[in-house]
Design a protein around this ligand. Structure first.
Ligand SMILES: Cc1cc2nc3c(=O)[nH]c(=O)nc-3n(C[C@H](O)[C@H](O)[C@H](O)COP(=O)(O)O)c2cc1C
Length: 458
């Protein structure tokens, strides 16, 4: 039959025409267009000098630890339950004795004002507004007391590097306690600094040096330079002035003799919660549990220390099962989406931290950029939970996640020294060890794990 046509009529056209009010605020326009953390990263890269961006983005040596950590999050399958009422979703929980509105906080990062002039003030303010914890690094570029002023009613955590000069380290700890910081994160994966090759190649130093290369690179990024040259000179909130490469600075400060005894001594000085950051084995997690620390962070420092380090997300199920009732198990490294966070909580993490995701937001738009980063992750978390059929974090169980096989460690059935070389393609999988019980009984029956493709743990 022949199609009947008529001239377009205004009354049919009118309902289809929706012209959005133009957004004249360029920063707002930019940030609203960012739908993922990767989008924020793209904006950040355009607006930040190469050396500062590479310092943030880069990892150690060949950057294998970081790539694997991200890969591990991608290599999962979510197993949803259908026909659940998910109209209301609660993403809040209690972490280290206090509230958090979302299952992630901002990780400690050094040199933050160098990435964008608002630095820690933007991070602490955004975290406070969103009801999540903010961590200040020993290598932070904003004073402890100023961070407290930026986030007066929220939760502030202080991250400690144990320096060769113990008195100065402990003076900082004392200041943080007096300013009302409720948690001390003791970072233990930096006996010496990792080899950040990008920084060496870029000739990156603190403060940034003006060479012909940096000047040329600065031309399309005027805002960063205007901010940099018209705000407080970059200095460490807790250290004297420094001039040299980052690696040199770190190596003059870090104390390679620090042991478990020092950790016990530090814990005794701190009135609040103590969390050990940078745990990378089940044995160390067990030992820390017997020491009575309040929490551990499974982390390889965002891949910035030991390259080819264990993947924190792969360690998680075993560590959570073994020590999860004795202390809180947190996780970082590689998180780029809310779905990564949901997967970590399902496999037994009590909490997660984001480093680069936060810094991409900061570099993309200062305080508003960090707000947008939190908004993106929050929306992704809520949507993923709804699609999985859960309405609270406590309902997430290991059955919601299947870790697919790629990067799975090969288990040896004999001590390494006597084990014969395994046949080329016949890796023996570690046993499937489901976690015995969810943290709290799920209100609804968890879904049965779906068809599995060689799970390494669930
Ligand atoms: C630029 C940068 C600086 C960092 N500085 C510190 C630091 O001063 N102290 C610390 O304990 N961890 C530091 N970290 C590691 C983070 O706290 C966190 O472990 C890591 O960023 C998590 O990985 P992600 O970036 O993939 O989220 C830093 C990370 C980055 C990216």
């Amino acid at each position: 039959m022949k199609l009947q046509r008529h001239l377009p009529r205004v009354r049919d056209l009118a309902p289809l025409m929706h012209f959005a009010t133009p957004e004249f605020n360029a920063k707002k326009r930019r940030l609203e267009k960012a739908l993922t953390i990767h989008d924020l990263r793209t904006i950040a890269q355009k607006r930040t000098p190469k050396a500062a961006f590479d310092y943030t983005e880069g990892a150690a040596e060949a950057e294998i630890s970081l790539a694997r950590a991200r890969q591990a999050f991608e290599d999962i399958q979510f197993n949803p339950a259908i026909l659940r009422d998910v109209s209301v979703v609660d993403t809040s929980s209690t972490v280290l004795g206090g509230p958090t509105a979302l299952p992630f906080g901002i990780a400690p990062t050094g040199f933050t004002r160098m990435m964008q002039s608002e630095g820690e003030i933007a991070g602490a303010g955004a975290a406070g507004a969103a009801g999540i914890p903010f961590s200040l690094s020993t290598m932070g570029t904003t004073a402890i007391e100023d961070v407290k002023a930026a986030n007066p009613d929220g939760r502030n955590w202080f991250q400690l590097y144990m320096w060769k000069d113990r008195d100065r380290s402990m003076a900082l700890v004392d200041r943080a306690a007096k300013a009302g910081f409720d948690t001390l994160l003791v970072t233990v994966d930096v006996p010496v600094s990792g080899a950040r090759l990008r920084d060496k190649r870029n000739g990156f130093s603190i403060p940034p040096q003006l060479t012909l290369g940096t000047v040329i690179n600065a031309l399309p990024r005027p805002e960063w330079w205007i901010n940099f040259l018209t705000t407080e000179p970059l200095a460490f909130a807790s250290l004297d002035r420094w001039s040299g490469t980052v690696g040199e600075l770190l190596d003059t400060m870090f104390d390679p003799t620090v042991t478990f005894d020092d950790l016990a001594w530090i814990s005794d000085q701190w009135p609040g919660k103590v969390v050990v950051k940078g745990v990378q084995s089940l044995d160390d997690a067990r030992r820390l549990a017997t020491m009575g620390v309040d929490g551990i962070i499974l982390s390889n420092h965002g891949g910035r220390q030991l390259d080819r380090a264990p993947i924190p997300f792969h360690l998680l199920p075993d560590v959570a099962r073994e020590v999860g009732t004795d202390l809180e198990v947190h996780l970082d490294t590689g998180i780029m989406s809310g779905a990564d966070i949901v997967a970590a909580i399902a496999l037994g993490a009590d909490f997660t931290l984001v480093g680069r995701a936060y810094l991409y937001g900061l570099m993309a738009g200062g305080r508003e950029g960090v707000d947008r980063m939190i908004e993106i992750l929050s929306e992704q978390i809520t949507r993923t939970m709804r699609l999985l059929g859960v309405t609270s974090l406590a309902e997430l169980t290991p059955a919601h996640v299947t870790q697919l096989e790629r990067l799975a460690p090969r288990a040896l059935s004999m001590p390494a020294a006597t084990a014969p070389r395994p046949p080329a393609k016949a890796a023996i999988r570690p046993p499937v060890t489901p976690k015995t019980a969810p943290k709290t009984a799920p209100k609804t029956a968890p879904p049965k794990a779906g068809p599995r493709k060689s799970p390494i743990a669930s």
